[in-house]
Design a protein. Sequence first.
Length: 176
Amino acid sequence: MATRRIDASELKTVAPELRAGDRVILSGRIYTARDAAHRRIFELLDAGEKPPFEIAGAAIYYAGPTPAREGMAVGSCGPTTSGRMDAFSPRLLDLGLSAMIGKGMRSEDVCRAIERNGAVYLCAVGGAGALIAKSVKSAKEIAFLDLGCESVKELIVDELPLTVGIDCVGGNMFKR
């Protein structure tokens, strides 16, 4: 298993090279969105409006960071169960989403969308929200502020440790 240091802006280029089980140290800009935010993003897309961030090339982290403690960008920032976003993910992948970050297995529809779009599903450690928060250097709410912790946030992360859960050539660590 390889360990790759990757800037989030390079995920679209690097994703096809990653394999299930690889370790990734991710730095750069990612976005948080959970199911309520995904529903709102879809409402915008269905109305022909722009989403709150450019989907093409982006990485979405399925998290709802809690309010920051003194000296931190966010409070706890652990992943939520990714399967809750499975109904939304294929369309976002078809719009150019490069990566999803969460925990747990994904549906066959999501796996097929990852493959056809050369994307990647990265797994964060569940239950390690306080530790993951140390990798978050800045957080800015950018949409749906009424959702509180589940608003869409732009995060700048530095050395966020992840594992490739599903790659674009059919590798899936949940099926081993």
